[in-house]
Design a protein. Sequence first.
Length: 168
Amino acid sequence: MKKPFLLLIITVFSITVGYAQSFGLKAGADFASVKFKAEGENISTSETGFYIGAFTEIEASESFTFQPELLFVSVEDLNFIAIPLMAKFPVAEQFNILAGPSLGFLLDTEEGEKSFNFGVEAGVAYDISEKFFVEARYNLGLANLIEDAPSGYSVKLNGFFAGLGYKF
């Protein structure tokens, strides 16, 4: 089930590239945290990893650009495909605010763990030049990654991303 759905997402992303005004690559660091909640206890662990991927920009108007992305994220023993669907709003000539939903597909799940993740993402980007930009954003995971979790039990994945991108 995972592979056909992932193939569908990649196909849709590839078709989107045909409508894009620009295409680019990005990479950076991911400072991920896993939040475990059970019986009133909250435990949080943090790890540092990396992300690498591609994005397209589809300008809807002067004040709004749709920016779908396809990223590979690796943190410690956790690898996943992230698909942020960002709305990009310019607030100054080189400064943009980004916000939108994010889908994720965990690649290394074990029994009792869900492989589908979703959340919301928000951040900022600064255009260094016409081709290069830096960005920082936070992803708040909303999905409980425990399969058939008892009431009061949850595992959620969050992350702070900081990186550099290049537009072709």
